[in-house]
Write a protein that binds this ligand. Structure first.
Ligand SMILES: Nc1ncnc2c1ncn2[C@@H]1O[C@H](COP(=O)(O)OP(=O)(O)O)[C@@H](O)[C@H]1O
Ligand SMILES: [Mg+2]
Length: 348
């Protein structure tokens, strides 16, 4: 069973609903998808799916698809025969063979090449594949658990992920709620990581956090989710020096310093955004560095950019009287790209 450090902590309603779904899905011998922002605990969830399944005492293999170049990924997953490529002197088994009778966790599955996706579909559907450079068909029994933080249906619509593979993988989808949507879990997780860090620092006991520190943590939006929370807690404890008083200084950004070197803006300056409206009839140039204001306090860059992008789609549509083809042209996108964007932002 999972060790202590792999404990999954949380008691918010959203978290408990997800844990329920995991317990129900685990025993089913079907592929699963785990979707969630970075640092939400997707790897822990995949492990839980495995350890609560009938395969719990069989191998659990993990592989990050983004960590390897396209050509290496295939040989890592499916193994290779001698001479398959320069340097391939001996036969090597891949992750699928290593995971036989168990589960294989494929992290960042959205980054897989089309060729690897094709092989993956076949092994999920028929349990068979050939090693790279080989002709012998190998049969395996592996439960695949995929994880990603991208929108796979949108990636499939954009032609970057195979629809048939997505259909096959998405027997059920576990969507991990971001930490900001389950604030009840924040104090519990903070105390859990705090106790562990206090032990590491050889404090006699963990004095907890001050109310102000807890409020600060509750008010933050945690773009890096639980991984970031763990770092913030560890940092707060180690900077606190002693374990007598409740920990009160929380530093969200370790780069924050009055001596931080200024950002050099001139290298590879981004192209200005050109917005042309029907009413003006002429291009107005909005310089990204002057037209947007920095939100007060910490903010989620990606959410801000997404909101801005959505706004631009809406304005392009308005400017072209909701003619999508014209709006796509107006925004410098192909019709398909534009439709993909509309869909991504829920504008279709
Ligand atoms: N609910 C949780 N309880 C305890 N630790 C968690 C929880 N969720 C995430 N973590 C911890 O946060 C870190 C990031 O988790 P990970 O599974 O690697 O995230 P992801 O794969 O979604 O980026 C790990 O150290 C993990 O142990
Ligand atoms: Mg991960």
């Amino acid at each position: 069973m999972a060790q202590n450090r792999d404990q999954i902590i949380g008691s918010s309603p959203a978290f408990l609903d997800m844990m329920d779904q995991i317990s129900r899905a685990a025993p089913l011998d079907r592929p699963m998808l785990v979707i969630g922002e970075r640092g939400t605990g997707k790897e822990l969830i995949a492990a839980r799916l495995h350890y609560l399944s009938n395969r719990w005492n069989q191998p659990f293999q993990k592989m990050n698809c983004a960590a390897l170049a396209e050509s290496l990924l295939e040989s890592e997953l499916f193994g290779y025969e001698p001479g398959a490529f320069t340097g391939a002197r001996n036969r090597r088994a891949g992750r699928f063979e290593a995971a036989d009778t168990g589960s294989l966790f494929l992290d960042e599955i959205g980054t897989m090449s089309m060729a690897a996706q094709e092989k993956l579909l076949r092994v999920i559907e028929y349990g068979e594949f050939e090693r790279v450079g080989g002709t012998e068909t190998i049969a395996v029994d592996v439960r695949v658990i995929g994880a990603t933080n991208i929108d796979l249906p949108a990636a499939a619509d954009a032609g970057e992920f195979r629809h048939d593979l997505l259909d096959r993988l998405a027997f059920d989808v576990i969507t991990v709620p971001p930490l900001r949507d389950r604030p009840e879990d924040i104090p519990q997780l903070a105390n859990h990581f705090g106790r562990a860090m206090a032990g590491e620092l050889e404090w006699l006991h963990f004095p907890g956090f001050s109310d102000k520190a807890l409020d600060q943590m509750l008010g933050y939006n945690w773009p890096g989710n639980v991984r970031e929370l763990k770092n913030v807690v560890d940092r707060a404890l180690y900077r606190a020096w002693d374990g007598e008083k409740p920990v009160c200084d929380i530093v969200f950004d370790p780069f924050d310093s009055p001596f931080r070197p200024p950002v050099k803006r001139n290298r590879a300056a981004p192209a200005p955004i050109v917005v042309q409206t029907v009413a003006q009839g002429a291009a107005s140039v909005a310089d990204a560095t002057t037209s947007c204001t920095l939100p007060d306090g910490p903010f989620d860059l990606r959410a801000e950019v997404a909101a801005q992008e959505k706004n631009l789609y809406e304005r392009a549509l308005e400017a072209c009287r909701y003619n999508q083809r014209a709006a796509a042209h107006h925004a410098g996108l192909s019709y398909d790209q534009f439709r993909h964007g509309l869909k991504k932002h829920g504008l279709l």
